[in-house]
Design a protein around this ligand. Structure first.
Ligand SMILES: [Zn+2]
Length: 445
């Protein structure tokens, strides 16, 4: 079939539409996603994609959009999702104001251009193209835009899945995740498709002590008790362990590496090889996060006056467990290291094991084919995400959820998501629509 799409026009439309979307300041907290959700619903209708749009308000001011595009056959839908909320941005640090949606230097600039308003626009424009091309969908599609992803989803995806999972009942979920990148594991272009993520364990340590005057030190200083416990925890990293998904990733990464690194990466599941190469690999930050349970000391709350010995000190640790680490084993390990009954351990937030989306599905195959078509020669692998996304709410319930951003980022781009000068190139927007159009057509038409 001859190509009839005017890609220059698509590219300009994508840039202008994303720019408008960025101008809704959806910084979470508080989010205030409702006006943006209503605008998206209006776009879906005006572009002729669907009139079947429902906007929920899980909490005041928070908009959650569910749009349905019918299929001609009684198949379970493809669910596509992105989140409307963004993290905060300090405008004094940015080249263009973070909520301006400036289009300049070949990029759309602003908070949310990579995470994840871009994904919403790319999916919407791909759907519009397919419908205008006269494609008839056998399989229904559910287009979601949710609030509150950045603070855990209790007023977003978690609410939706608790309330409406039975009406959604998707065959596959396509959500945010990785995409194409260079410069993290060598220069080869690699694409990750997230199929699992680490379990979240947010824990608080509370040390109790004896108050006193700073001029007369004693052994019951809560600050010292807490520091010693933290030292015992943080000085012993958790053991390295190769999850099968990570083994598959390393097999693909190895193809772009020279000997002996290539050989070591391929054989890392062998305990002997792990002992030889583990320390060196663990020096790679991202790889280390995929090879072990991690602990970040993120909050300390202790003391109030220089001459007062405090009776209480608190720390919070952000722990991320591999999908096959039992949480109770991890808690036991922590308690053994704390080994001090003056320190209490509390779980403030936890997610159950993520579940792993199968690689043997039409979704994974179709995504792989679309990448091969648009980025020939790139390496493609399943990814274990160190961070959490809304995809976990589906995986927890046994639905295959995949995280995939149809774009190619350079080493410099990755720090921009949640960082300064977040931006997306117009090239990436065009590529995104092309890949999304192929994936949706191949799965649903
Ligand atoms: Zn995100």
């Amino acid at each position: 079939m001859p190509e009839t799409v005017d890609w220059n026009q698509v590219r300009d439309d994508a840039a202008a539409t994303l720019s408008r979307y960025i101008q809704f300041d959806t910084t979470n907290p508080p989010g205030r996603e409702l006006p943006a959700a209503e605008w998206l619903g209006d776009q879906l209708t005006r572009r002729g994609i669907t009139d079947d749009v429902t906007i929920y308000e899980p909490a005041p001011g928070r908009g959650l959009l569910v749009a349905r595009i019918p299929g001609t056959e009684p198949l379970k839908p493809l669910l596509v999702n992105h989140h409307i909320d963004v993290v905060a941005a300090d405008p004094t640090q940015w080249s263009y104001p973070p909520f301006s949606g400036a289009i300049a230097e070949g990029f759309v600039w602003g908070r949310g251009t990579l995470d994840t308003k871009n994904l919403g626009i790319v999916l919407m424009l791909a759907l519009e193209l397919l419908i205008k091309e006269g494609v008839r969908f056998r399989r229904p599609i559910v287009f979601l835009a949710v609030p509150d992803e950045e603070t855990g989803g209790s007023e977003g995806m978690r609410w939706l899945v608790d309330q409406h999972l039975a009406d959604l009942d998707p065959e596959w979920v396509w959500d945010e995740g990785s995409g194409g990148f260079t410069g993290i594991f060598g220069d080869r272009l690699l694409f990750g498709v997230a199929v699992a993520e680490k379990q979240i364990q947010h824990l608080r340590l509370v040390a109790a002590g004896e108050p006193g005057h700073g001029s007369i030190p004693h052994g019951g200083n809560a600050n010292v008790t807490l520091l010693n416990a933290l030292e015992r925890i943080l000085s012993t990293p958790r053991p390295l362990h190769v999850h099968p998904i990570v083994a598959e990733m390393l097999r693909v990464v190895a193809q772009g590496q020279s000997f002996p690194r290539s050989w070591l990466l391929r054989h890392l599941s062998n305990p002997l090889v792990m002992r030889l190469a583990g320390r060196q690999l663990a020096a790679h930050r991202l790889l280390s996060a995929m090879l072990r349970d991690t602990i970040s000391l993120t909050v300390l709350r202790a003391g109030y006056k220089v001459n007062v010995i405090p009776e209480r000190a608190e720390a919070e640790i952000d722990c991320r467990l591999l999908p096959d680490t039992p949480a109770d084993e991890f808690h036991r390990w922590l308690r053994e290291r704390i080994a001090d009954e003056r320190v209490q351990l509390e779980v403030t937030e936890s997610s159950p094991p993520s579940g792993v989306a199968s690689l043997d599905t039409a979704f994974y195959r179709v995504v792989t084919q679309a990448i091969e078509r648009h980025a020939p020669g790139a390496g493609i692998f399943p990814l274990l995400m160190p961070g959490g996304t809304d995809g976990r709410y589906f995986r927890q319930r046994g639905y295959p959820a995949y995280g995939f951003g149809p774009m190619i980022l350079g080493p410099d781009d990755l720090a921009r998501a949640h960082g300064i000068d977040e931006r997306i190139s117009l090239d990436n927007l065009e590529l995104g629509v092309q890949i999304a159009r192929d994936i949706i057509r191949d799965l649903c038409a």
